[in-house]
Design a protein around this ligand. Structure first.
Ligand code: ARG
Length: 299
């Protein structure tokens, strides 16, 4: 098998700020007390994230941000990518809708450069916030798709058709854990880190039907509130907002090395490592979607 480096896109943080509230973590008042200080800290944190991703083995591609669209630093929400096909998001809140055109333009540029083959967008009115709510599980050969907070359930059949891949719906029930990527993290060895109270009972049953108990790792309140579940896993490395010692130890025991990054300025907007990235080279691998298909047949 070819061993190519993962390609991960990030957005330049020069225009990042916390200026509106669309999730319970966002603190524009705190931000406005020291704009310049936080801006500097955000730039430093973004550089540290880039360095950690490179240390974990990725090639990092940086897109420009834009004034007035501070949440562009979270490109996980820009779209879903698999097999060089890009499906661009439709944002629920007007505050972020201006990002759609800019991301579309950038991805068309990647297509022109030969990095993507197809760039399309969700139909109008079908809210779906990209890889933040649709996570590819490489080992199991299917997506996990969050809905109920930002993305709508109707987005899921659209995903399945566009990528010709199964997407397992997971209903999110907490305002604080409004994207799947803040409460759900599949790892390369098959383990899944998740924060149970973010999910409906049906979603928890679905997770337990697909992931065997020995592979399920529960995140604590502290892990989840520290945005540690919102992490980037590359092989045996996990780039993560500075974790509590317990989580780090649990992961180490399973053979993972955590590369911690202080992402405090971005947590003031309700995001951390995973949502600050978008992996562009995800592809169907040879493994099959057997577990999810079996679970479907049984229900
Ligand atoms: N302030 C952003 C929002 O509320 C944060 C997005 C974080 N993204 C994520 N995929 N978790 O949309």
């Amino acid at each position: 098998m070819m061993n190519r480096k993962p390609t991960i896109m990030i957005t330049d943080a020069g225009h990042f700020e916390v200026s509106y509230v669309i999730n319970p973590w966002m603190t524009p008042d705190a931000w406005s007390k020291d704009r310049e200080g936080y801006r500097q800290k955000a730039l430093a944190a973004s550089n540290a994230l880039k360095a950690a991703l490179e240390a974990a083995g990725a090639d990092v591609l940086k897109m420009d941000g834009a004034a007035g669209l501070p949440d562009m630093v979270f490109p996980a929400n820009a779209g879903i990518v698999l097999d060089r096909r890009m499906l661009v998001a439709r944002f629920r809140y007007p505050e972020r809708r201006g990002e759609e055109e800019l991301f579309l333009e950038f991805f068309r540029g990647l297509k022109a450069r030969g990095l993507l083959d197809v760039v399309e967008q969700f139909p109008e009115g079908v809210f779906q916030e990209g890889a933040g709510d649709c996570i590819w599980d490489a080992g199991r050969g299917h997506f996990w798709a969050g809905f109920g907070q930002r993305s709508v359930r109707e987005s899921i059949p659209v995903i399945e058709r566009f990528f010709a891949a199964p997407a397992v719906p997971l209903e999110l029930i907490s305002e604080r854990f409004y994207h799947l990527d803040v409460c759900f993290l599949p790892l390369s060895g098959g383990e899944v880190v998740y924060y149970p109270s973010a999910f409906s009972e049906a979603a928890r049953d679905t997770i337990r039907a697909i992931v065997p108990p020995e592979q399920l790792i529960e995140a604590s309140d502290e892990d989840a509130a520290g945005f540690c579940v919102n992490a980037v896993n590359i092989g045996r490395n996990i780039v993560m907002a500075t974790p509590p010692a317990r989580l780090k130890a649990v992961l180490a025991e399973r053979g993972y090395t955590v590369l911690p990054v202080d992402l405090a300025p971005f947590m003031m907007s309700g995001g951390a490592a995973y949502c600050m990235t978008l992996r562009l080279d995800r592809a169907h691998e040879t493994t099959s979607a057997a577990p999810v298909l079996a679970a479907r047949a049984a229900s």
